[in-house]
Design a protein around this ligand. Sequence first.
Ligand code: G3I
Length: 372
Amino acid sequence: MIKKYSFILFVAAILLVSFASIKKVSAQTTSSLKETFKNDFLIGTAMNTPQIEEKDVATDGLIKQQFNAVTPENIMKAEIIERKWNTFNFDLADKLVAFAEKNNIKVNGHTLIWHSQLPAFMRNMQSADSVKQYFENHITIVASSYDGKVYSWDVVNEALNEDGTLRKSIFLDKLGDDYVVAAFRLAQKAAPHTKLYYNDYNIEQPKKRGGAIALIKKIQAAGVRIDGVGIQGHRRAYNLPLHDIEESIKEFSALGIEVAFTELDLSVLPSPFENTTADINAAAKGNANMNPYKNGLPDSVAQMQAKAYSDLFKLLLKYKKNVSRVTFWGVNDAQSWLNNFPIQGRTDYPLLFDRNLKPKPAFYSVIATREK
Ligand code: G3I
């Protein structure tokens, strides 16, 4: 009997020792993005609802291991946070802030003013007074509720057209050209302890960049605080505009503000459009040719993407004094909005982790930019 128990104890001890050494090996071999770039810039990801509710344990584990910044993919948008006039639902945003605080992660609030995902009650508001009331109340209540708890806010999102002019929206129509300045003025008052950013896609492109620079200068000339600009970074891996990105970092930094890459993903799929866009209304119809990798990503494509990410990170490291944060738009390929944009139901691979949360060649190529 004693012999039997000793054997069981012996086997248990062996199992324990081997388990501990397996854990040690995997901890040694898994590099972490946040550790690798800790002296350079914050490394972020977008979080979806199951992740924020801590229902997706595996992904949450990876987030804690790899990232030190998070942006809610949807739950701080007006449609969700103020679904009914002056009735605010902060449940999910509070959960996000608690998760971040517990794990030493910074939160970027996304977003206070955006023409898209607006609550139904204000989408077709006719009276300018009502829009003004909504605008002032929404910014003040949301921004002040998270002052200091949120590290930065995308105060205004996607206010520009591709040619650099102001996009037609309910805010432009009812409040006029100065609404962006007004939004920053309200945010500055409501959130004195939070950084204030302007966020947009394609603003590395010369014309739109010119519009963003004019907008930022206008905010500064009005004596209003703007701390940074967010280049979203929804691009294609096979034609990354590195020169434009470099020029943008230089020109935005010359305005005395931080530059962040706020929604980075590099699609590997063919696009129905000549120019990239993140305008959710730009839907297109697909066919089999437009979804070539539905059964898996060929190694040659994974390597091409790894090279693109590596080129980009080399550039970001060159400007690490100016770049404050690099946030990926999602943790792994399964989470990406690009599986449904601009064509529904495709299989894209734009991020650093695959559908099983395993690091891809792009992950290792990004890590290698710092290790060399
Ligand atoms: O909330 C409903 C849910 O109730 C319903 O069951 C589900 C069924 O489809 O739809 C849910 O809403 C979707 C929402 O994501 C949450 O999953 C919307 O249909 C869908 O349109 C929405 O897409 C988001 C998109 O913004 C909306 O504009 C994407 O997840 C999000 O990644 C994307 O993020 C934007 C940034 O905020 C700004 N920059 C561009 C970027 C990509 O479009």
